[in-house]
Write a new protein. Structure first.
Length: 179
């Protein structure tokens, strides 16, 4: 009998935590442009613009026409391939930061923010890390594999969608191709 009561108490606590999380989700933390009816998150299609807060809560707008090639990398701290790719991303930012705009988008809905912050500190990222806390951008861009990276040209068109990790030399080739 005590065991059943303990299980009910634990279930009640978890239900309370779920309700608390649901009530405290910040719906104002993400702004999505209305996607075009034909939006497909793949090469050749216009990238839907979005606005997300960074780790420092400063908002960044991504997508649309920009004067630079935009590099958007979706990742999670628990992702082994993301761990392998992290040094290359920082190196790309250091090498190309004046000619491309690089953003890391943490799929925070599927991650823990504290773990994401630790990951960023461990890898000493100096490029903006955006927090997709509600998961709306990750869902809209149909990201279901981490890492997933989009190269978006200055006209706002997706030129490459890369699922998984590629070599640094391949990143250089793609950046040079689309700059």
């Amino acid at each position: 009998m005590k065991r059943v009561i303990a299980l009910f108490a634990i279930a009640f606590v978890f239900a309370g935590l779920a309700v608390f999380q649901y009530k405290t989700d910040r719906l104002d933390s993400v702004t999505l442009a209305a996607p075009a009816a034909d939006f497909k998150p793949k090469a050749g299609f216009a990238a839907t613009a979005f606005k997300l807060p960074a780790l420092d809560e400063q908002s960044y707008e991504v997508g649309g026409k920009k004067n630079k090639l935009t590099f958007v990398n979706f990742w999670a701290s628990w992702c082994g391939p993301c761990e392998l790719e992290a040094p290359d991303l920082q190196r790309l930012h250091e090498q190309y930061g004046d000619v491309i705009q690089l953003y890391g988008v943490n799929a925070t809905k599927y991650d823990k923010e504290r773990a994401a912050r630790d990951f960023v500190n461990e890898h000493e990222f100096t490029f903006p890390i955006l927090m997709d806390r509600a998961g709306d951008v990750t869902k809209q861009y149909k990201v279901d594999t981490f890492p997933t990276t989009f190269l978006i040209d200055s006209e706002g068109v997706i030129r490459e969608r890369i699922n998984g990790v590629i070599t640094y030399a391949e990143w250089e080739r793609l950046i040079e191709k689309w700059m």
